[in-house]
Design a protein around this ligand. Structure first.
Ligand code: NAD
Ligand code: MG
Length: 390
């Protein structure tokens, strides 16, 4: 029986994780869960899964939840300290890191330091603190299983399931991307898209922020950096290929000409269950792949003119230091501004570029360097957006 601490329980990854726990009550138990402000959703989770501890993002959300679940024996807490403490409980074996954005960094690191198996959905934490994050993983000797479908596919396609193993045999990693809802749209057409259009992903059902990132290809940029940290490569070793059907979730190309891929219907329950049960596998309720129904798979090169975020991410990797935290922070602010109709869709990449050009890029020696870079980049991005509004 594996005890699960589910960070970001009310989100899209959170829901899929709960589905796997519910399908296999003999294997998994929800020990603790967190959410920011979604009180009603969390009340349902509390009634159904009866976790020991729940942490909310604010005192108000905590109090409302405690009132709604007055009969339950769960302890209701709030704030950063509580969040970092639930991951370390003795009953917890695995931490699902599924908080959205940079906010997931500290609790994920706390899970690593506590020696738990880390199921990493929260790519922003690895992107922003890459080297420190991987150093902590090595020091604590924890299992880090990528949940992002592409990285999960690469992990499954690499020899011995070990980052860096047989590195000399790997020619390149092929990171697939659906291309998002605007794959075939012109720049003129993209200039006027609404948040609702951008959130409507053709293949995956996901949270708002990652849906916008998928539409702007920033998600693929973040994933490029994520792959570099996870598998100890550089962007030169990774080829991004647009594959609109999202059936092949990524590939590894070997020096003898072999290419190994992981395929399946696009449903996050597959990589989540893989991470939770590795090195074994369990049933999910995802229908198995019907290849004759799929019939055709397509591939094309990404268009960096229309989707400059992908190039910005590669640039940030090579700039090194705090550049990746800066790009991520700018993007989080820009996406929020787009969702609030303060900027247009194409301005997301413009804000990202401006902030990356103007910010002071430093080396990362300690976690504070990452937090300082994040805060400064958020300010710059906000200034850039306010200027555009005038
Ligand atoms: P979501 O928006 O649906 O859910 C986010 C969760 O995080 C919610 O439970 C929310 O309450 C919590 N949260 C948000 N801001 C918070 C804050 N400041 N403090 C504490 N908690 C906070 O997002 P999602 O789609 O489930 O994605 C979660 C993470 O997983 C992201 O990093 C995303 O990039 C990654 N991911 C998601 C998918 C997917 O299919 N949804 C696939 C790959 C990777
Ligand atoms: Mg992905």
């Amino acid at each position: 029986m594996q005890g699960i601490c589910l960070l970001g329980a009310t989100g899209s990854i959170g829901q899929s994780t709960l589905d796997i726990i519910a399908q296999h009550p003999d294997k998994f138990r929800l020990v603790s869960a967190s959410a920011n402000v979604s009180v009603d959703k969390m009340a349902q989770i509390c009634r159904r899964f009866k976790p020991q501890r729940i942490v909310m993002g604010s005192q108000q959300a905590r109090d409302e939840l405690a009132t709604l679940c007055a009969e339950s024996s769960t302890s209701f807490e709030w704030g950063d300290e509580a969040l970092q403490s639930i991951v370390a409980d003795a009953q917890v074996d695995q931490v699902m890191a599924a908080i959205m954005g940079f906010a997931g960094l500290k609790p994920t690191l706390a899970g690593i330091r506590a020696g738990k198996r880390i199921l990493l959905a929260n790519k922003e934490s690895l992107v922003t603190a890459g080297k420190l994050f991987m150093d902590e993983v090595a020091q604590s000797q924890v299992m880090l299983l990528p949940i992002d479908s592409e990285h999960n596919a690469i992990y499954q396609s690499l020899p011995q399931h070990k980052a860096g193993a047989h590195k000399q045999d790997v020619d390149k990693i092929i990171l697939t991307a659906s291309g998002g809802p605007f794959r075939t749209w012109s720049l003129d057409e993209m200039a006027n898209v609404t948040p609702a259009q951008a959130c409507k992903h053709p293949n995956w059902s996901m949270g708002q922020k990652i849906s916008i990132d998928s539409a702007s290809l920033m998600n693929k940029g973040l994933e490029l950096i994520e792959a570099c940290w996870l598998f100890d490569v550089t962007p030169d070793d990774v080829e991004v290929v647009i594959h609109p059907e999202s059936i092949i979730h990524s590939m590894v190309s070997y020096r003898d000409g072999s290419v190994i891929s992981q395929m399946g219907n696009p449903d996050m329950k597959i990589p989540i269950a893989y991470g939770m049960t590795w090195p074994n596998r369990v049933e999910t309720n995802v229908p198995s792949l019907n290849l004759t129904q799929v019939a055709k798979l397509h591939f094309e090169a990404p268009d960096l003119q229309r989707f400059p975020n992908l190039q910005l991410a590669a640039d940030a990797w090579f700039m090194g230091g705090t550049a990746m935290a800066i790009l991520n922070a700018a993007n989080e602010v820009a996406v929020a501004a787009f969702l609030q109709h303060r900027i247009g869709f194409l301005q997301i990449a413009e804000v990202n570029r401006t902030v990356l050009e103007q910010a002071d890029i430093r080396s990362v020696n300690q976690l504070d360097d990452v937090f300082e870079a994040d805060a400064a980049a958020r300010l710059l991005a906000e200034q850039c957006i306010s200027c555009g509004e005038k």
